[in-house]
Design a protein around this ligand. Structure first.
Ligand SMILES: Nc1nonc1C(=O)NC1CCNCC1
Length: 246
């Protein structure tokens, strides 16, 4: 996968996109990330990328031209590859695991990071997607782009090195992940549930499913409404509702 990011602050990406799992994936050539500063493409001598809004109003808007020419330069390097050009915008579709899974299937992702008050509206004609990190306002789109890249890249083959962990994550299965424990068996008086210590895989799987259902029921009932429950799950959920009443 190739990822291009258009930003005014390239240095923001050095840490998060250079360390740990993403950094190792780049070292292993599992993906290529190119960060470009669209200020470099501004066609005026002062390299300005923003201007006052027509009709007045607070703040400055990002001009189209620098971003347009930056996109053209990216296109020139990879003309045949199908691209998803993603505009980071609080008015966009809210990012979630299903979008990460969709992006992970793509060959080439291009992220445009907003700044200032917003974009010249004509920038929207250049993009395929408008995606929001969430219902809040950030100082720029950079952190949103990094979160989306992180959530997407970890789904690529061989990036995690343990594919099952991506497939069983919260939000990947449609339920929240069950509680997990590691050594020691007891810490500060808190013991690991006995069922996990006895090695009976069928009992363990049943416990894990029930605890996923419990956690989802208690924390994210909105996810449960959408989940296709089996008869076994419906029985477990009925037990959970009784248990949680006490
Ligand atoms: N939420 C968001 N998801 O993507 N971008 C988001 C965002 O808040 N962008 C800011 C909007 C105001 N101007 C600076 C950028």
């Amino acid at each position: 996968m190739r990822i291009d990011v258009l930003t005014l602050f390239p240095k923001m990406f050095e840490g998060p996109m250079g360390e740990s799992i993403i950094g190792k994936a780049r070292d292993k050539n599992l993906l290529e990330i190119n960060i470009s500063n669209f200020r470099d493409f501004a066609d005026n001598k002062h390299k300005t990328v923003d201007d006052y809004p027509y009709g007045g109003g607070a703040g400055m808007l990002l001009k189209v031209q620098p971003i347009y020419d930056n996109l053209k330069a990216i296109e020139a390097k990879a003309p045949t590859v199908k691209k998803r050009v993603i505009l980071l915008d609080p008015a966009g579709k809210k990012f979630d695991q299903s979008i990460a899974e969709e992006f992970a299937q793509e060959e080439h992702l291009v992220f445009i990071c907003g700044h200032y008050e917003g974009y010249d509206e004509r920038i929207r004609s250049l993009v395929t997607d408008e995606i929001s990190l969430g219902d809040y306002v950030l100082t720029g789109g950079e952190l949103g782009a990094m979160v989306m890249i992180d959530a997407t890249v970890r789904l690529l083959p061989d990036v995690l090195g343990n594919e099952t962990s991506a497939q069983t994550d919260s939000h990947s299965t449609g339920l929240l992940e069950h509680p997990q424990y590691t050594r020691p068996a007891e810490f500060a008086g808190m013991k690991v549930p006995e069922v996990l210590m006895n090695g009976n895989h069928k009992l363990i799987e049943s416990w894990q499913l029930k605890e996923s259902l419990r956690r989802t029921y208690l924390r994210r009932p909105d996810m449960l409404i959408k989940f296709p429950l089996t008869k076994e799950m419906e029985k477990m959920l009925a037990e959970i509702k009784q248990e949680e009443k006490k």
